[in-house]
Design a protein around this ligand. Structure first.
Ligand code: TYC
Length: 101
């Protein structure tokens, strides 16, 4: 008797590579005017007025607030842009990034 023909499927795993994401975090300080923080959040992170105000107040009350997650490049660029806008006005406003766990 001939061997039966058994067809086996190749073991393929479908994987979609996802780049690691980074959080952009707004830090509170005692000097930057609230309204200026709101303006920066609207301009750099494309937030509406209400969300920008809520994020600013969260950082104000709790010391920091996660704003959004992006790929590393975008997160670092936006954090720098936003920090630089404050620096231009002489404010210590600071945005940092950290990898999402
Ligand atoms: N704490 C600032 C003030 O009272 C306002 C402020 C809020 C600054 C959030 C930074 O991330 C910040 N004028």
């Amino acid at each position: 008797m001939p061997d039966p023909i058994v067809k086996t499927r190749p073991k393929t795993k479908t994987r979609t590579a996802r780049p690691p994401l980074y959080k952009v975090i707004l830090l509170n300080d005692d000097y930057t005017p609230r309204e200026f923080v709101v303006q920066v959040l609207k301009a750099v992170f494309r937030m509406g007025a209400e969300r920008a105000y809520a994020v600013m107040m969260t950082a104000h009350r709790r010391g920091a607030c996660v704003i959004a997650v992006y790929t590393r490049d975008v997160a670092e660029t936006k954090a720098k842009e936003a920090t630089d806008l404050g620096k231009q006005k002489g404010y210590p406003l600071f945005f940092t990034t950290e990898p999402e766990t």
